[in-house]
Design a protein around this ligand. Structure first.
Ligand code: HEC
Ligand code: HEC
Length: 237
């Protein structure tokens, strides 16, 4: 292990504690929230983003223990953990920055784990990791034979009466994602539901302009579950 990585591994002591279930269970919202993004601060950040090196990202993925939770290629082995494969470099880069800064903090142990995991990453590390995951695709569940027409309508047409813009207009016709919009095709349904509920209840507020809070505001639990099952079964290609 190279020296820098060793230091980083030592600094990940907090993460090790979280892994062994000792500390960090509920940090609540006392972590200071970083300043919210505007389109212009984000544009500046993305233009300053270092070129990612996927080979270095692969090493870091193993050595910083990302692999233990997110799987060998960022294809989640557990329903509780999101797949990172298939997401654009920009999205994963932004999300890593948001965990590090505390902007993405849903107030549960899961955000705390990611805050610890990103604590010592440099911008270059985040770009390298993001480049690594971008090479792979999520693993989709078997396709749903008959998609509920109401869900299909939400995805393709939205619902003007509830101010819901069509999911597909941002997340892509095949859930493939784009720039800072995450891929949804093949995302684990359990994580999908949790994060949609977090947007709905304003525990997840790291997105620019907080559009997702608006689109989830009037969705029912049943709709959120059905959208999760639909996207889990979708194939981005
Ligand atoms: C102990 C398990 C664990 C470890 C180790 C871990 N993660 Fe995570 N990661 C999670 C969980 C759980 C979530 C979802 C958290 C939530 O619900 O907000 C997550 C979320 C993420 C996300 C957001 C995905 C999305 O779709 O928004 C990214 C990116 C990520 N992790 C990357 C990493 C990287 C890179 C590392 C290593 C430096 C790492 N993780 C280490 C468990 C882990
Ligand atoms: C106007 C564009 C837009 C629309 C419409 C939209 N989204 Fe999103 N969505 C985003 C962006 C951007 C993010 C990432 C926010 C962030 O964390 O920076 C996101 C995040 C998400 C996430 C979190 C994914 C992850 O990996 O953490 C889910 C799930 C999601 N959206 C589902 C939906 C569904 C379902 C719909 C339709 C009901 C929808 N979105 C409509 C732009 C949109």
């Amino acid at each position: 292990m190279k020296k820098t990585l060793l230091l980083r591994a030592l600094a990940l002591g907090t993460l090790a504690a979280a892994l062994s279930g000792v500390a960090l269970a509920e940090t609540g919202h006392h972590m200071p929230k970083a300043e919210a993004w505007s389109m212009s601060t984000w544009n500046q950040t993305v233009s300053d983003m270092p070129q990612g090196d996927a080979i270095k990202g692969a090493d870091l993925h193993r050595e910083a223990m990302c692999m233990t939770c997110h799987g060998d290629k960022g294809q989640a082995p557990s329903r509780n953990v999101p797949s990172l494969a298939g997401n654009t470099i920009e999205y994963n880069y932004k999300t890593l920055m948001d965990y590090q800064s505390g902007l993405r903090n849903e107030g549960d142990g899961k955000s705390a784990v990611m805050a610890a995991a990103t604590h010592n990453l440099t911008k270059q590390d985040m770009a390298d990791l993001a480049a690594y995951y971008a090479q792979f695709a999520m693993i989709s569940q078997p396709a749903i034979e008959q998609v509920d027409p109401a869900i299909d309508r939400l995805v393709r047409k939205g619902d003007a009466s509830r101010m819901i813009v069509p999911c597909a207009s941002c997340h892509g016709a095949h859930g493939e994602g784009n720039a800072i919009t995450p891929a949804l095709a093949g995302q684990t349904a359990h994580y999908f539901v949790r994060t949609m509920q977090a947007y709905k209840h304003k525990h997840r507020t790291n997105d620019i302009n907080e559009g997702m809070a608006q689109f989830t505001h009037d969705l029912t639990d049943a709709e959120i579950q059905a959208l999760a099952d639909y996207y889990a079964s979708l194939n981005a290609k």
